[in-house]
Design a protein around this ligand. Sequence first.
Ligand code: UDP
Ligand code: MG
Length: 338
Amino acid sequence: PESEADESASGHGGNADNQGNDRGAPQLVLVIPCYNEQDVLPITLPVLNTKLSDLEKRGFITENSYILLVDDGSHDSTWSIIESGHSRYPTKVHGLKFSHNRGHQNALYAGLMEALNRGCDAAISMDADLQDDPDAIDAMVKEYAKGNDIVYGVRDNRDTDTVFKRSTADLFYKMMSWLGTDTIPNHADYRLMSRTALEALSHYTEVNLFLRGIVPSLGFPHSKVYYKRGSRAAGESKYPLKKMMSFAVEGITSFSITPLRAITGIGLISVAVGIVILVYVLVSFFSGRTVAGWGSVMCSIWILGGLILSGIGVVGEYVGRIYLEVKHRPRYIVEERI
Ligand code: UDP
Ligand code: MG
């Protein structure tokens, strides 16, 4: 059953004691994937640290809660900022460094599993750029206390997005639901997961992860918290169009094999050429300048050829997916921990 949090993220206060706790205050870990985030981390760390101390003082979370930054193979000074963050807030800032860029989803997963293995009660995954409003954490923890194992952060506006991003995102969510994958519209990866939910997640062994599809399929009592998504506090998006598109295809097929996809593309172009020829043939036919048999043969070759190539491409997507899963390579390699 889904109970919607009627409270918006911002502008609520309150006391942990008056919420009819089903469970005690959790040890909370904030899991933050960071890829080339040197511009924004110096802003993010103090904000999140203040947030944690505030929640601790109000008895919402235990005092051993902390921030876990996962450096996804950055090329800038992200890791040294994490190290100095640790020197400044030794108990609050912890880090995990990948030896190579493995992508947002793997960085998130690594952080969540690290938090689970270290014995947390709940973990919240959020972006490094403060677009996920930290004030929504209060409402998430309250939902957790009510007994929810997963709390989704859902954005209540897309004002800060470009028209392009907004419409492609809409199309993506529509396509996902049309293909039968359960995703929460307007929910990115800002969510709280309890220890129970994290344990369930740890059994998902697929190499290519699409957490927005996996997490809703876990079940468990869950709820939503609405928040206002701001713009990036500093730095630039680490999701250029190419990464965004490949993320979308991964979500749909859970994979991407470039040469096979090229076959699909060529097939579609061939179908388009066939249709152009068809139009030409029809025009010639009605203007009486036609050679018998030529038109139907040309159209059949191009359209059928195109459909066959696209078909092979789609099959290829899934064969490629099996190939990559079968190798079962590690999702990421951890180089250092603090
Ligand atoms: N990120 C990552 N690895 C990548 C790309 C992005 O860990 O290869 C992180 C990034 O540091 C940020 C989060 O994923 O914390 C979301 O990225 P971003 O804010 O750039 O995406 P946008 O909000 O523009 O969609
Ligand atoms: Mg962002």
